[in-house]
Design a protein around this ligand. Structure first.
Ligand code: FAQ
Length: 326
């Protein structure tokens, strides 16, 4: 990885106004910023925080679905779920590698996850008690992830933008297979349809929370938009997600659990869109701060995997050293 050569790569840079203006000009001209380019420390730190959080989300996100691999109801469903969970692991690895180009090590990022310093998406702190949850996660969670990540393919930082291209293609496939699973349940027995509805009831609001706090409370959005890391605000993406998803729910006969949901033809500059109810922000912050239903289990599982894998990392390093010496 690039990291070893890059740590402190621009520590000699004086971040005076001329430097910051020249950097902003490159951003405004839609140039990609690459690992060896000089960049303001705050730009670097923002990306390390955001890509690190994203990588952790992919890896922790394997747990709720992994829970169902042994209990998938058919071989076809088992193969699809195995492949999906494996894809999420791959996304985590590209993203850790993209973050490493900024001079942070994977060990450091993992320590920050395990100590609670680094965040991961709130959505993965909810349990998956029914098989329908596997469909709902693909449909809504991957659906929300794509809405947020397609614009990240145009992020100003080259390695993150490029990693996002393949990630989005795979997430798009996951969204479709999840929707197909939920649709199949809706076309099945009354009990299966009820299972799908119950799952939507539990995942709808947490999926809206994935987009982050409202624009008025989002501390990083303004600067990240200026640096063209983010292309849309949290609320703008949330609105796009709601507008895209309601017709999908209607098509398969599911009811979105929001009494304030209403078509508003004046929304989106007259193109129309849905008004929707107020998100429970207390719940959002409680989960983000570590007090959701599954936060402790998720970190415990990641710590066990990291500790159990220590011998593999040590062996790989010893082997690499032996090869260099030979
Ligand atoms: N959960 O000022 P903002 C996936 C934190 S991948 C937890 O608005 P920002 C794939 C935020 O970090 C899902 N924390 O922050 C998959 C900040 O705290 P900090 C992950 C959250 O960065 C599917 C504070 O609140 N996707 O699902 C959340 O401008 C299925 C203030 O917020 C990404 O990471 C949250 N929901 O915007 C895998 C995409 N929201 O760091 C398996 C890249 C906010 O100052 C199965 N990230 N916070 O301590 C982003 O687009 C942005 O980072 C946002 C937040 C939009 C998440």
């Amino acid at each position: 990885m690039y990291s070893q050569g890059l740590i402190g790569a621009d520590s000699n840079i004086v971040e005076d106004q001329a430097f910051l203006d020249a950097f902003q000009q490159r951003i405004d001209a839609e140039e990609k910023i690459e690992p060896n380019d000089p960049m303001p420390q705050a730009y670097r730190n923002t990306l390390i925080r955001m890509i690190g959080q994203h990588a952790h989300s992919e890896i922790v996100g394997m747990l709720p679905e992994g829970n169902w691999i042994t209990r998938a109801p058919s071989l076809r469903r088992k193969v699809a779920l195995l492949a999906k969970v494996q894809d999420e692991g791959g996304h985590g690895l590209y993203l850790y590698s993209a973050a490493e180009t900024l001079g942070v090590s994977r060990e450091q990022m993992t320590e920050e996850l395990l100590s609670g310093k680094a965040k991961y998406s709130s959505i993965f702190n909810y349990p998956t008690p029914s098989w329908a949850d596997i469909g709902t996660i693909g449909w809504l969670v991957d659906g929300a992830a794509i809405m947020n990540q397609v614009p990240l393919c145009r992020c100003s930082y080259g390695p993150y933008a490029r990693a996002m291209i393949r990630v989005c293609k795979e997430e798009s496939f996951h969204q479709r297979q999840g929707y197909e699973l939920v649709k199949t349940l809706c076309e099945g027995t009354a009990e299966q349809k009820a299972m799908a509805q119950d799952s939507l009831n539990r995942w709808w609001w947490p999926s809206l929370m994935m987009f982050g706090p409202s624009d008025t409370d989002s501390q990083h959005s303004d600067q990240s938009m200026k640096w063209k890391i983010k292309r849309f605000t949290n609320d703008a993406l949330r609105q796009k997600f709601v507008d895209a998803t309601i017709p999908q729910a209607e098509l398969i006969g599911l009811h979105v659990p929001d009494k304030d949901l209403k078509w508003n033809e004046n929304k989106n500059d007259g193109k129309g869109g849905y008004d929707f109810g107020e998100i429970d922000w207390d719940e959002f912050w409680r989960v983000v701060k570590g007090h959701g239903l599954m936060n402790k289990d998720r970190i415990k599982a990641r710590k066990k995997a990291w500790d159990d894998g220590a011998w593999v990392r040590e062996a790989a390093q010893a082997f690499a050293k032996k090869n260099v010496a030979a």
